[in-house]
Design a protein around this ligand. Structure first.
Ligand code: CTP
Ligand code: MG
Length: 228
């Protein structure tokens, strides 16, 4: 049963292995300071305290596995069972974390460390569609700006915004479905839901949140810090 609270039923994978090139710090984005502690601390802490999460795997930036483990220990985050070395792309990092999840897992949530402000309501919301028979659930927010397709500095077309939304994380999937999606080619995938859709899975949308903003630039970091 989904969301039954069975021990080991729901696993959370944290994609934290990116370099944070656009943030431009002297360290990976997951270790940029936010409110006096590494950005990654928010996701670990919040997932560890969640009622719906049983175990956590962190995909760490190469060379930052040890600091990630130490961070989990400092936070007394007892649900963190592994820190693996991330890959060259987000999908490869998630694949490395997924390899640590035992067969008995029922639900797998995947979250970007770059979105530090997740809360319990975001996690709980995702479980509803899974209980209704969907393979996955994704938080989405409306797209506010007009969208244009551009080539060589000129507009090719204005894209009809009707039915378009922006996808966030955390995303949740039936464990078997996510494994099947990752068994194939993961090239070009920018989120896990995309892979599940490609594999024929049905993915529901749930209400997203502006506060699940993905920290990309220093301005984003300052904004999220003001929301802490
Ligand atoms: N990510 C990852 N492994 C990678 C690349 C990205 O786990 N090889 C993670 C990041 O750590 C982040 C999330 O995927 O939590 C979203 O990626 P993004 O915001 O693009 O982060 P970075 O790739 O670190 O940033 P940039 O693209 O500016 O280098
Ligand atoms: Mg990136």
């Amino acid at each position: 049963m989904v969301g039954s609270g069975d021990v080991g039923a729901t696993w959370a994978l944290i994609a934290a292995a990116g370099s944070g090139e656009r943030l431009g710090m002297d360290r990976p984005k997951a270790f940029a300071a936010l409110g006096g502690r590494p950005l990654l601390a928010e996701s670990i802490d919040r997932l560890d305290r969640s009622e719906v999460v049983d175990a956590i795997v962190v995909a760490a930036p190469p060379g930052w596995e040890e600091p990630s483990i130490l961070l989990a220990e400092e936070l007394a985050a007892s649900k963190v069972v592994a820190c693996v070395t991330g890959g060259a792309t987000r999908a490869e990092s998630v694949a490395a974390a997924l390899a640590e999840v035992p067969e008995a897992a029922l639900v797998i949530m995947v979250h970007d460390a770059a979105r530090p402000l997740l809360d319990e309501a975001h996690l709980e919301r995702l479980l509803v569609p899974l209980a209704e028979g969907y393979d996955g659930a994704v938080p989405v927010v409306p797209v506010a700006d007009t969208l244009k397709r551009v080539r060589d500095g000129a507009v090719v077309e204005t894209v009809d915004r009707e039915g378009l939304v922006a996808a966030q994380t955390p995303q949740a999937f039936l464990a078997a479905t996510l494994r099947r999606a990752f068994a194939g080619d993961v090239d070009g995938a920018t989120d896990c839901a995309g892979l599940v859709e490609r594999a024929g899975g049905r993915v529901a949308v749930v209400e997203g949140d502006a506060r699940l903003l993905k920290v990309t630039t220093p301005a984003d970091l300052a904004l999220v810090e003001s929301w802490l």
